[in-house]
Design a protein around this ligand. Structure first.
Ligand code: SF4
Length: 418
């Protein structure tokens, strides 16, 4: 049993006739393309890859006229290929101009993401912001107000610093806390401004991204306590894959366990290699990582989980590593097909272990487990189902036979009778 707090209560934001964000709905995984948006073919391909990997919503940059012209073509091509994927347009500096000049782009996007620090300054800010909000209001589109530490409105930050400087020493807060206050104010004031323009409160999602773990936790706790808007979580500029996944998981894991967060993204820097040669270069890694996080926390389930040991000096060969990888691939590749046929298969727990020390114990704890022979052990691999040893595999075909055992188990335990 997990020890989570209840999800924080939020407004419900509808993204499409099938998808909504907020506390009554599952936490959604999001991602963002890195292709030039004006390259329709490449962008369509990547959106499909991200969606198939499990990204419920895909964001793409709309940075100029060519991108704004491409957006309707992208949506049309996706629809032609049978994909109805909610797309979020990411606007900075010129969103007011692009959304006004390209109404088709404005119409086909499911949501607009705007950054209050990049909408203009002074009176221009209010005018530009109002233009975007009014387009969203007229087209009934939700808006994510996405404040980023790196592009926080500097005038606002200066105001907060001045206020702090004028306080008596005993009441002064740290520079970090001034930033938290300024970012919170930027998000909430923008939301108020939007509501003042007539946008419904159920059309607003907020994010307040920072790049350090403790900062992210602190700022989101503040914002969560101060409003009922759904929150999109993400550590901005999280870094290269290993660092980014760890930092993002720690920060978002803590917030999610406190009931904070309605959509999530891991902003990983993919490796520059060919993705066929290096999985860390695959853009879908950020989607897989979000799914692993939600699954590790028992919040949502996407595919069977594979428990495997790290191996050590007792491991007789690399065979158990290969088997663990092969079973992982096997479940990943087949999960789409299993979803309809075997409802609940995503909760299956499989163990692939390297020797007798922890092998039988972990295998018994899983639904299905195999304990491969370690160094100096008899070359046999006991298989456990629901805690009982049912079989011993040996020889060349262990992988094939073990996969068949998994399929038999799915058939017996999860087959849909509808
Ligand atoms: S289960 Fe055996 S092989 Fe795997 S890490 Fe533990 S002792 Fe080593």
């Amino acid at each position: 049993m997990n020890t989570f707090k209840l999800r924080r209560e939020t407004y419900q934001v509808i993204l499409s006739d099938k998808l909504a964000v907020g506390s009554q709905h599952p936490i959604l995984v999001q991602s963002m393309t890195n292709t030039p948006t004006q390259n329709v073919t490449a962008t369509v391909e990547q959106i499909k890859e991200l969606y198939i990997a499990g990204s419920a919503v895909v964001r793409l940059t709309v940075k100029d006229e060519a991108a704004a012209e491409a957006v309707p073509l992208i949506v049309s091509e996706l629809n032609k290929q049978g994909f109805q994927i909610p797309l979020v347009g990411d606007f900075h500096y010129n969103g007011h101009l692009l959304l006004a000049k390209y109404p088709k782009c404005a119409e086909v996007l499911a949501k607009y993401r705007i950054n209050p620090g990049n909408v203009g300054y002074g009176e221009k800010h209010d005018y530009n912001f109002s233009t975007i909000i009014n387009i969203a209001k007229d087209l009934d589109k939700p808006v994510r107000i996405g404040v980023n530490w790196g592009s926080l409105d500097q005038d606002l930050l200066s105001d907060f610093m001045e206020i702090n400087a004028e306080k008596p020493d005993s009441e002064k807060i740290s520079f970090k806390e001034v930033i938290y206050e300024a970012m919170t104010a930027s998000a909430l004031r923008s939301a108020e401004l939007a509501i003042g323009e007539g946008l419904k409160q159920e059309k607003i999602v907020i994010s307040v991204k920072m790049s350090e773990v403790q900062d992210l936790i602190n700022i989101y706790r503040r914002v969560a306590a101060a409003c009922k808007f759904p929150l999109h979580l993400g550590l901005t500029e999280a870094g290269t894959p290993v660092k980014g996944m760890i930092s993002s998981s720690v920060a978002m894991g803590i917030l999610l366990s406190e009931g904070i967060g309605d959509t999530i993204r891991m902003s990983l820097t993919p490796s520059a290699d060919d993705k066929k040669l290096n999985p860390l270069a695959d853009r879908t890694l950020e989607v897989q990582a979000c799914q692993e996080l939600l699954q590790a926390m028992d919040i949502a389930f996407f595919k069977p989980s594979i428990t495997s040991c790290p191996g050590c000096g007792r491991t007789s060969s690399t065979y158990f590593q290969k088997l663990a990888e092969e079973i992982n691939q096997f479940t990943q590749v087949n999960m789409k097909a299993w979803q309809g046929k075997y409802p609940g298969a995503e909760k299956l727990k499989i163990a692939v272990m390297g020797c007798i020390v922890n092998g039988p114990g972990e295998s018994k704890y899983a639904d299905i487990g195999i304990s491969l022979p370690g160094d100096n052990e008899s070359p046999k691999a006991p298989v456990f189902i629901d805690g009982k040893q049912v079989k011993t595999l040996e020889g060349e075909n262990i992988a094939t036979e073990f996969k068949q055992i998994i399929l038999n188990y799915l058939e017996e335990r999860f087959l849909s009778v509808v």
